[in-house]
Write a protein that binds this ligand. Structure first.
Ligand code: NI
Length: 139
């Protein structure tokens, strides 16, 4: 790849979760997960920054069709938005609904809907004070 340009779009969704390991005591869960192991669950307003990269199309002057990106992100987000992740989304019955795993899961949902190499980087904001970054090297 020669010249490369990236564009980042931000989307938001809200979701609930509880971090919890079955095989250990509540005290141990509290030590590992803190408030995020509250038995009744709790929610976050997430922001997901999706960074796409590619060459600038000679005619449109753009890296990606933004309408197409918005459309696919709607599908990805609809699966998570206003859900209790560890209860309603099958993937998070097997994996903790941590920011790290949410970002990883979103990567795996977005990636197959784009051309190879287009998805570059994800940043998932969980609170105003923390975010998670996820990316995979090109196959
Ligand atoms: Ni939390």
């Amino acid at each position: 790849m020669g010249e490369v340009c990236s564009i980042t779009k931000v989307y938001r969704f809200s979701a609930g979760h509880r971090l919890y390991l079955k095989g250990i005591s509540d005290e141990e869960n509290w030590r590992i997960f803190g408030k995020c192991t509250n038995p009744k669950g709790h929610g976050h307003d997430y922001y997901i920054e999706v960074k796409i990269r590619g060459e600038i199309h000679p005619e449109t002057g753009m890296v990606i069709d933004i309408g197409k990106l918005d459309e696919l992100m709607k599908d990805v987000i609809d699966e998570l938005d206003h859900k209790r992740l560890d209860v309603e989304v099958p993937y998070f019955r097997d994996f903790q609904p941590s920011g790290e795993n949410i970002a990883k899961y979103m990567w795996s949902s977005i990636k197959p809907r784009l051309k190879s190499g287009e998805l570059y980087h994800l940043k998932l904001w969980e609170t105003q004070n923390n975010y998670f970054e996820y990316f995979e090297e090109d196959d």
